[in-house]
Design a protein around this ligand. Structure first.
Ligand code: SF4
Ligand code: SF4
Length: 293
């Protein structure tokens, strides 16, 4: 089983449209994982039928037991995150500020503070209209630890794919170079980078390439909206060559991308030309990752 991760250094490059199109044009035996947990949206287009749902607990929150609390205020003095306030002579925890460090529970002289696991999100397993299984998740509002949730989504999908002898796990990763992206990269066989021909697109591509190089994972790149700026497009081509990264496709700007999404389709389902293009990209993915079984 080969693991393909689609990422971009920045948002707005068309990464999710690319991931959707790859999901629609790829080989039959693919499992899909939406690891863009801060803004997951593959499910909006793939019309999933939920099979199971699992709550995700990761962070801790301090909780005061008022039957024990003597209002001494020691917890409030030591909290560096300004998460313990006082209202009408009662100390209280500000949930949004609490980082779950647990220091207050150690200093409380009467053991009135306990650390309670917080529900940070939900992992859902679904069957999609493509007949391909999708693992997706949603991070709760204000919840942190999206890197951990990404790892849970990916590892659950990977386990399923291995146990059921799938050929590919296709992962839609998060934009940027932060913790969720790092989490989605671990164990991947190929990273498909999606960029666009803008200064910020090129700059963020270079940042994400430096990140992926640390993992020693093979990379290929799709230049989306390749005709927006011919000079930057040329610079990106040269850069990819210098980094020994395969240029998988140049896709000129087309209204078919937003039109497809607004009709609930992937661009590859909306346009025959794009379907052919993504089939070509799959041939390159298969070449880069080795033959299927
Ligand atoms: S757990 Fe840490 S951040 Fe939260 S209230 Fe206690 S000391 Fe403050
Ligand atoms: S340290 Fe313990 S007893 Fe003192 S105010 Fe905080 S919770 Fe109450």
């Amino acid at each position: 089983m080969k693991e393909i991760v689609v990422i971009s250094g920045k948002g707005g490059t068309g990464k999710t449209s690319v991931a959707l199109s790859l999901a629609c044009t790829g080989p039959e035996k693919i499992v899909l994982a939406d690891c863009d947990v801060d803004a997951s949206d593959l499910h909006l287009i793939l019309k999933p039928q939920k099979i199971s749902e699992d709550d995700f607990y990761s962070s801790d929150l301090a909780v005061i037991d008022y039957d024990k609390c003597t209002d001494c205020g020691k917890c409030s003095e030591i909290c560096r995150f300004d998460a313990i306030g006082n209202r009408e002579n009662k100390y209280y925890i500000n949930d949004l500020n609490c980082e779950g460090c647990g220091y207050c529970s150690h200093v409380c002289p009467v053991k009135a503070i306990s650390m309670v696991k917080q529900k940070d999100g939900v992992l859902t397993v679904s069957d999609t209209r493509l007949g391909k299984r999708l693992f997706h998740a949603e991070l709760g509002p204000g919840a942190e630890n999206s890197g951990k949730l990404v790892a849970k989504v990916k590892n659950t999908a990977k386990k399923y794919a291995r146990e059921n002898e799938y050929d590919y796990l296709l992962v839609d990763g998060s934009p940027g170079i932060g913790c969720p992206v790092i989490s989605s990269l671990s164990g991947a066989d190929l990273v498909v980078l999606v960029t666009e021909t803008t200064l910020s697109g090129f700059s963020d591509l270079k940042r994400v390439v430096e990140l992926v190089k640390k993992f020693r994972i093979k990379m290929g790149c799709i230049i989306n909206k390749s005709d927006i700026n011919a000079e930057i497009c040329g610079d990106i081509r040269e850069y990819l060559e210098s980094e020994n990264i395969e240029l998988m496709s140049e896709i000129p700007y087309t209204e078919d991308f937003p039109r497809a999404i607004s009709e609930g389709l992937s661009p590859a389902e909306y346009s025959l030309d794009l379907k052919k293009e993504f089939e070509q990209i799959w041939n390159k993915i298969i070449n880069l990752t080795g033959e299927m079984k």
